[in-house]
Design a protein. Structure first.
Length: 85
């Protein structure tokens, strides 16, 4: 087991392609934690984090709109015409 100041051992990594040339990378660590990264040129901000039943639900949005980023999830920022959720 890693000491408190050591990074946990990585046990898996998956890349999922998204629209607009973006990639979602999920990294799993031996201690059960996960890291989620969006590979793109835009900064992202956390717009909500909820505990729903036994799920942790994280919503992130492009941060180019500053304090209005929390409203982005209802707007389509991709080319696919979807809801953007």
């Amino acid at each position: 087991m890693a000491a408190a100041d050591e990074r946990p051992r990585e046990v898996g990594k998956r890349d999922l392609p998204l629209s607009g040339g973006r990639t979602l990378r999920v990294t799993e660590y031996a201690n059960g934690s996960i890291r989620i990264a969006v590979r793109t040129g835009s900064p992202y901000v956390i717009t909500s984090l909820e505990q729903i039943d036994n799920e942790a639900v994280l919503r992130i949005s492009p941060g180019r709109e500053g304090s209005n980023a929390h409203k982005n999830w209802v707007q389509d920022h991709g080319a696919d015409g979807g809801e953007g959720s």
